[in-house]
Design a protein around this ligand. Structure first.
Ligand SMILES: NC(=O)CCC(=O)C(=O)O
Length: 301
């Protein structure tokens, strides 16, 4: 499904923030993930090359694409992001595809402290690892009778925000539950990122409620592109991913999405559309940080 960004926002005015970035084609690979790590890597490679053959310049894989998603699997599947088999495969894929690769996430074991992180590594078209984002908000929820998941049983949270320079412009990266927190997306946008990209794996309870809503919220709040890339749903697995990998425009409109099966969704990211909307609705010139700069020091009551 592809919908064009509305022409409603094509008028320019002078009070705005405009971003210089180059158009690019984004591909989200909604991968079918199994318990076989090598098979997952081979499947990822085939889909990354397919996306590149179809003209994608920036290709995204899902959260936990090389391992089943579950706290009992993270340590068993974990590996180093310096020289483990998954990062080697990702680097080769990016090089072969001649595209930027936002490599979903993998369970990372840090050999210096034995901690396990949920980590997204990013590669340039030469296959060089140019960033690593460790999920900063761990997915710990308990919806009685519906879903309880506690990443913190085995994972450690990351400690930094991630903004990646590419030849198309700067991209902010988060992982799944990170999207629930507006602040990292806002900071990324203010630092000049034109897109926030989230490998993610929502579930059958919160997916229908919030997956698209959160992407649209982060996009419209910050007037940036937002994309979230899920694994395909596997009803035989312990965790049933929602699927529905989606791209949202800076207007808040869904420009590309899909259902729950394995596949690739594409979207053209266009600086003109972003800048036109920022000129029509000039939030960046209108913000009142004099009234709400202190939000981080305001304790919830
Ligand atoms: N893998 C995750 O972080 C899942 C997040 C999720 O489902 C949510 O509701 O938030």
């Amino acid at each position: 499904m592809l919908r064009a960004t509305s022409a409603l926002f094509s008028k320019a005015s002078s009070m705005s923030s405009s971003l210089a970035f180059k158009p690019c084609k984004l591909a989200l690979v909604q991968l079918a993930v199994t318990a076989d790590k090598s098979a997952n890597l081979a499947n990822a490679r085939a889909h990354v090359l397919e996306a590149a053959n179809n003209g994608a310049n920036v290709i995204v894989l899902p959260e936990c694409f090389n391992s089943p998603y579950g706290t009992s699997f993270f340590r068993e599947y974990s590996e180093s992001i310096k020289d483990g088999p998954s990062v080697k495969a990702l680097s080769e894929m990016a090089k072969e595809a001649k595209a930027y690769l936002i490599g979903g996430s993998i369970p990372e074991r840090d050999p210096t402290n034995d901690n396990i992180y949920n980590t997204c590594t990013v590669y340039n078209p030469a296959g060089e690892q140019i960033a690593a984002h460790r999920k900063i908000h761990l997915f710990d929820i308990d919806v009685p009778g519906k879903i309880r998941f506690q990443e913190s049983e085995t994972l450690t949270a990351g400690e930094s925000l991630t903004h990646v320079d590419t030849e198309y412009g700067k991209i902010g990266v988060g992982i799944c539950y990170d999207i629930r927190f507006p602040e990292p997306a806002m900071i990324a946008a203010r630092k000049g990122c034109f897109a926030m990209i989230y490998p993610g794996a929502f579930n059958m309870v919160t997916g229908p409620l919030h997956w698209e809503l959160l992407q649209r919220a982060r996009a419209v709040d910050n007037q940036v592109y937002v994309a979230a890339c899920s694994p395909a749903r596997d009803v035989t697995a312990g965790y049933h991913a929602w699927g529905h990998s989606t791209v949202v425009a800076p207007t808040g409109q869904v420009v590309a999405t899909m259902e729950e099966n394995q596949g690739i969704v594409y979207a053209d990211l266009d600086p003109q559309a972003l800048n036109d909307f920022r000129q029509s609705v000039p939030l960046y010139a209108q913000r009142r940080f004099d009234l709400y700069a202190d939000v981080a020091n305001t304790k919830p009551q």
